[in-house]
Design a binder for this molecule. Structure first.
Ligand code: ZN
Length: 496
């Protein structure tokens, strides 16, 4: 067997184990009975170990070494060797004892975090967080970096991004958006938020979410929609990309927009060719690019007036109380801006502030300039500085996110980058499809989807984020598209 064939068949074996793990994870969150947890954890542990061994095998290592020197590879193959090679070296750099020690500490930290959050007491979580920061710092040393240890961690979520570049991006963003938010709150006319409030039967909400997913082009013959406590999308394998969702009884917004959000992720994975699985490229360019796809569908499409002009009659079919409600009213209610305490509930204008604060803290924890014990104070100061709100307790403040208890430092910036990438892509999309609004207003989403397929989805992880953005837009990554998008949109809605 020649090397590239052997390489692909090795990656296919890894993908098969990954598929089994995804299915087990999906089942655990959707249908598995409580009492099945203990044995399921063992099965997951076993398969994870098998997959890890295949991912760091000498056989794969020598295939990568040989393929890196070849110049007869296709673009996709070259992208694969680069991506798989990077991951291989990162995994090899970490001693197995460390991996195990970290896994045990992480599991304890997560349990401690859940309890501390329930009791709203940061002190209970503090020693565990100290440990997680310690592990993350050691991990950064194993991975290696040029400038800042945080770069080594970022690389795992957002290849090619650095701490210094994030600072360069954030500075002007903050300078423009902080005063814009203040103006919006002081001089703007807040739309009526009540249009999406009421009592909404669960089964009808599920049917509506299904309809919304069909509308954007999600293929139910290659997917499924199930209930879950925390929505996610998972790829089981070629032809099987599943969405999960949750619904609120008294507000239509959370369930509806979460469905569109997850639908955006799912379109990305459904748009990747089957051949990407044998190349280790079927996961998307980065967390940030993945998030750009979900944000575009949720916010730029789903929270637009053309969308609601099209969707209002469909909404009224499901919930007759909307029969006389104007699309403008629904659009307004879908775009309320409100400085608030909780990141996952934040609107488009304030969302990035939540990330800026987390980034400042994370970078400081990793380079040692911030002590864990100072977090509650720094958190509350930051919330005041960015958003003008002060958390009344730790549960609604520094303890709200699960990420740090998992030792996941460097993850948060992807959420912000997703918003920024999406806005830059939208600029190009509007140039390529000048009648985009008209198409959406008449319920034709095919042109949008084919643009995304061609420019983003089909490449999977073959290109790194900045490279992909440049290929799509012809320009380097530039956050000013987001500033323009968000200030124009909300100036209009808030009648500034
Ligand atoms: Zn997402």
């Amino acid at each position: 067997m020649d090397t590239i064939t052997a390489y692909k068949s090795h990656l296919t074996e890894i993908a098969k184990l990954g598929s089994a793990l995804s299915l087990l994870g999906w089942d655990q969150h959707t249908h598995m009975p409580k009492k099945g947890v203990a044995f399921r954890s063992q099965v997951i542990g076993k398969l994870t170990k098998m997959r890890f061994e295949l991912s760091v095998s000498d056989e794969l290592g020598s295939a990568i070494d040989e393929l890196e020197g070849r110049d007869d590879l296709s673009d996709l193959e070259r992208g694969s060797v680069r991506r798989v090679g990077k991951d291989f070296r990162r995994q090899k750099a970490v001693p197995p004892e460390f991996v195990e020690e970290f896994a045990v500490a992480r599991s304890n930290a997560q349990a401690a975090w859940a309890k501390a959050r329930e009791a709203s007491n940061f002190g209970d979580f503090e020693p565990h967080l100290e440990k997680m920061v310690g592990f993350a710092r050691r991990l950064a040393e194993y991975y290696g970096y040029d400038d800042h240890p945080y770069d080594a961690l970022l690389e795992g979520f957002e290849p090619g991004m650095t701490c210094a570049e994030l600072r360069r991006i954030i500075e002007p963003l903050r300078e423009q958006l902080v005063p814009f938010l203040a103006r919006l709150m002081k001089e703007g006319t807040r739309p009526d938020a009540s249009a999406l409030e009421g009592t909404f039967e669960l089964e009808t909400q599920r049917r509506l979410a299904r309809r919304a997913l069909e509308t954007i082009g999600y293929d139910f013959d290659a997917g499924a929609l199930d209930d879950v406590a925390h929505p996610f999308t998972t790829t089981i394998g070629p032809g099987d990309v599943r969405v999960t969702n949750r619904y609120a009884d008294l507000h239509l917004g959370p369930g509806f927009f979460a469905a569109l959000h997850e639908g955006g992720h799912a379109l990305y994975n459904q748009g990747m060719g089957d051949d990407l699985f044998a190349l280790g490229l079927a996961n998307g360019s980065s967390n940030g690019i993945h998030e750009s796809q979900s944000r575009m569908i949720e916010n730029q499409v789903g929270r637009s007036l053309p969308f609601w002009t099209f969707f209002q009659p469909i909404l009224a079919e499901h919930f007759p109380q909307f029969a006389q409600v104007r699309p403008e009213t629904l659009h307004g209610a879908a775009n309320i801006v409100e400085p608030s305490l909780i990141r996952v509930e934040a609107d488009e204008v304030t969302y990035n502030f939540h990330i800026m604060l987390r980034f400042e803290i994370e970078a400081g924890l990793i380079d040692g300039s911030i002590a864990v014990s100072d977090l509650p104070r720094l958190w509350n100061d930051g919330m005041e500085r960015y958003l003008g709100v002060t958390p009344p307790n730790d549960a609604l403040g520094v303890l709200q996110d699960v990420h740090w208890s998992m030792g996941a430092f460097g993850y948060f910036p992807s959420y912000m980058l997703g918003n920024l990438y999406a806005a830059q892509m939208l600029t190009t999309l509007r140039k390529d499809v000048p009648n985009l609004d008209e198409l959406i207003r008449s319920g034709e989403f095919g042109r949008l989807l084919s643009w995304l397929r061609k420019n983003v989805h089909q490449h999977g992880a073959a290109y790194e984020p900045k490279e992909l953005i440049e290929r799509i837009t012809g320009d380097p990554f530039d956050a000013s598209h987001f500033v323009r998008y968000v200030t124009e949109k909300y100036s209009r809605i808030y009648r500034l």
